[in-house]
Design a protein around this ligand. Structure first.
Ligand code: CTP
Length: 346
């Protein structure tokens, strides 16, 4: 048997980027032999094993043939006669279809050329066998756009044909969300959505999103929320029903959508908004929201000056329940007014 490093580790190595996990392909072996060597089988679908010590993934070289739509009907062919070249041929992009044998690079589909020309290009017609690749191409563009990468027009054409053939329907919500969330964490998430739009998958998957032209350097939940600023609450709800969106992402999206553009004419407006955002009880979430609100400095300074008020003083006055709430509210307004006055005096 012969073992090669494959996939993302080879690509990132050539790009001079760090890579977290190594994938290996094993040519000329069998599941029985792997088990004898104490490799542990994982996944019921693929002939993949974990190394007994490093726990890295070792997959038997395989070819895949699809017999139906989506990935419900895959037939594998993994026997010791499958060659490295055959295994690389069924992979998604040429830049992901190189192998290393020690220092030697094995590159039958010109991945190095495409790295140099900064092209995301499908390896072969086998690309169409996995609809997740529609999302992966978008995700890789989101990741590498800053280096000058683009999608090869022929690959885009192929993706369009896949969408027209109804392949998007075969995607399972978990995978769509997983890829989307990962794309939101890349340098240029807008490119992910752009690619999906260009191949016709965006609307089918996500309905009418108003994707920002560029996402600032924010975290994923904030970026998610910024997708829905010009949509209705119903759009957010139906998105979150369709995909396993974490509760925190949804909360931010709903609050930002409802309150981002609130007009702030006086201290009353400001405090009312801070209370609606639940800023005093959820300060960390409020910090995240500030990243997309239109008046972040004003809200932040109003929050800072109004967050500490002397509640015991109000309680000593005999206030409780609703009355206490109202007194706190008024006290907050007063502190904001005072800090505005002070600011004016300066
Ligand atoms: N692969 C593929 N088609 C897919 C998923 C994976 O062809 N739908 C192949 C690619 O050769 C890829 C490799 O399997 O490089 C490993 O997949 P994965 O770990 O998901 O991707 P990486 O390329 O390692 O990318 P990342 O850096 O995002 O982990």
């Amino acid at each position: 048997m012969k073992i090669y490093l494959v996939g993302g580790a080879v690509r990132d190595n050539l790009l001079g980027l760090p890579h977290h996990e190594k994938d290996w392909v094993v040519v000329g072996s069998t599941p029985e032999e792997m088990m004898k060597l104490n490799f542990r089988p994982v996944g019921k679908d693929f002939p993949v094993f974990l190394h007994p010590e490093t726990h890295e993934e070792y997959a038997l070289a395989r070819t895949e043939r699809k017999t139906g739509k989506g990935y419900t009907q895959f037939v594998f062919h993994a026997d010791p006669t499958v060659t490295l070249e055959e295994d690389l041929k069924r992979r998604d992009l040429t830049i992901n279809a190189m192998a290393m044998d020690g220092d030697k690079i094995i590159d039958p589909y010109d991945g190095q050329d495409d790295l140099e020309h900064k092209l995301l290009r499908h390896v072969s017609e086998a690309f169409v066998e996995d609809p997740v690749r529609l999302l992966r191409v978008g995700r890789f563009l989101a990741r590498f756009y800053y280096l000058g990468f683009s999608v090869d027009p022929k690959t885009l054409l192929l993706m369009r044909e896949m969408v027209q053939a109804g392949e998007v329907d075969a995607l399972v919500p978990d995978r769509v969300w997983q890829e989307t969330d990962r794309a939101l964490g890349e340098k240029n998430p807008e490119k992910f959505f752009e690619v999906l739009e260009q191949c016709g998958a965006l609307k089918i998957l996500f309905g009418n999103l108003h994707v920002p032209r560029n996402f600032k350097d924010y975290k994923n939940p904030v970026r998610f929320a910024s997708l829905f600023l010009n949509n209705t609450l119903l759009d957010i709800e139906s998105f979150c029903k369709k995909y396993p969106v974490p509760a925190y992402y949804r909360e931010l999206a709903v609050l930002a959508n409802q309150y981002q553009k609130t007009e702030l004419k006086n201290p009353e407006d400001i405090i009312a908004l801070l209370e609606k955002l639940d800023a005093y009880r959820r300060p960390e979430r409020f910090e995240d929201l500030l990243l997309i609100m239109i008046n972040p400095e004003l809200l932040k300074s109003a929050y800072e000056s109004s967050k500490i008020i002397d509640i015991t003083k109000l309680q000593k006055l005999g206030l409780e329940g609703k009355d206490l709430g109202e007194a706190i509210h008024q006290e907050r307004i007063k502190t904001v007014q005072e800090s505005i006055n002070k600011f004016r005096e300066l």
